[in-house]
Design a protein around this ligand. Sequence first.
Ligand code: BTN
Length: 286
Amino acid sequence: MSAIPFDPAQADRLPDDLAEAIDRARGRLSRVGAPIVYLPVTASTNDVAARLANAGAGDGTTVVADMQTAGRGRIGRAWFSPPGAGLYVSVVVRPKRAAPAPGGGTMPAVLPLPSRLTLLAGVALADAVRSTTGLPVEIKWPNDVVLAGRKLAGILAEASAQTFGIEYIILGLGINVRVAAYPPEIADRASSLEAELGRPADRGALFAALLGNLGRALDALDRDDVAPWFDRWRVLSPSARGATVEWRAPDGPRRGRTAGLDADGALLVASDRGRERVLAGEVFWL
Ligand code: BTN
């Protein structure tokens, strides 16, 4: 992350389709989307949002870019972010509940706050896509938004932890909106809303619905009222039950069948060792 502070004066006016949708939705937006910083191009909106947060930006500050030159995904992957093809969004989240900083281990006993946040954000994102496009997208644990085996959107939450707990979380969301020429390594696993719809998607309506849903998700997280969101997550994630998966446990590779989401947000997997809880890391769907 660059140490050079981001100057919000470098930001451009929000494109018309996004600005008009946000204006129409203003009454329904709560804590996410004020202010919105728009950049035609940046390395990673998560980096810009982190710089703004370090400079004191408040909860709900939102950064959106038309293109990223170094977009990142989970587990050290790149996030393909060509110009005009997607929504690349990062939100500064300042949790109101005291929360422990994430532990160093790969299998913490309780799902850390950023992980709970990504589960709720997955619901917010999938339901925003569903309500504005009609596409019956699903969630693949923890929060990939998929349709017919292809990924349309993903979430990367990055926490700034202090000794007293989490100072802020940058919630990054990438949505493939327009048809794009994906790099060969992801071409058979990625798709876009418009490729699946076969017609243009209303990017502004999607952006506004996403910010509204995220506001409600953050409120639920602050109230520790996540159970209804986990219930909705279970409905949106049929692959969390009965699918064969492999994952890397601390003692080596493991294989089993998914058996739902527990009350802490861990993925349950039935294996030859009984019922195991997967809380972090990469799961491979076979
Ligand atoms: C994943 O599924 O691997 C997560 C992808 C997250 C991509 C978004 S795009 C906006 C924000 N900025 C980034 O560099 N990454 C996230």
